[in-house]
Design a binder for this molecule. Structure first.
Ligand code: AMW
Length: 175
């Protein structure tokens, strides 16, 4: 069943992601990832499409991190994790591929990757594309997203995960 959301279409950078959104506040959105590094890897963004953390207003900045905190707590519980990576690549040279501020929230378990810090290489893998994407955009090309090694998920899988996570968010305390 499609997730019904009030308030019209929601964009993540140039992408329409309304069916992938599992939580929203007046200023922030949380969506499932097209190419998660690990199961439960989600993204939190300001609702407004701006590239850099410095573009955010103070209320957007506060709301973004409050949303990261609440969503992170839920993700850790639902995916049976005991830690989280919370990461923002703020600008192309820092590895940002989608020019819309987003915090990665990645649930972590003991020995889930070859090394604990391998997650940074995997995030880094995304950034190669992001840089190419920005450079292409400057040349007037369509924005390319993501490394080609990880497989993009289909809309049905992402919608099902978003519906499951929306239900789990409803169980979270308000604070
Ligand atoms: W960056 O390298 O900009 O810090 O991260 C971009 C993230 O956005 C990656 O995790 C990538 O998988 C994800 N992504 C790219 N396109 C979409 C999309 N259409 N919907 C959801 N996530 C996406």
């Amino acid at each position: 069943m499609p997730l019904i959301l009030k308030g019209g279409p929601i964009h993540f950078g140039p992408f329409l992601v309304t069916p992938q959104v599992f939580h929203q506040t007046p200023l922030s959105i949380a969506l499932v990832n097209l190419k998660p590094i690990l199961p439960g890897h989600v993204l939190i963004s300001p609702r407004r499409v701006v590239s850099r953390v410095s573009d955010l207003t103070p209320p957007e900045t506060a709301d973004l991190f409050l949303t990261v905190r609440r969503v992170g707590r839920m993700i850790e519980r639902v995916y049976g994790a005991s830690s989280l990576n919370i990461a923002i690549q703020d600008g192309a040279e820092a590895g940002q591929s989608v020019p819309h501020v987003h915090a990665h929230v990645i649930p972590r378990r003991r020995r889930d990757l070859s090394t604990t810090d391998a997650v940074y290489d995997l995030l880094d893998g995304e950034e190669g594309d992001l840089k190419r994407g920005f450079e292409g955009r400057e040349r007037g090309e369509t924005l390319k997203v993501d490394d080609e090694e990880r497989v993009a998920r289909g809309p049905e899988e992402m919608e099902a995960e978003a519906a499951m996570l929306a239900k789990e968010m409803a169980k979270e305390p308000m604070d």
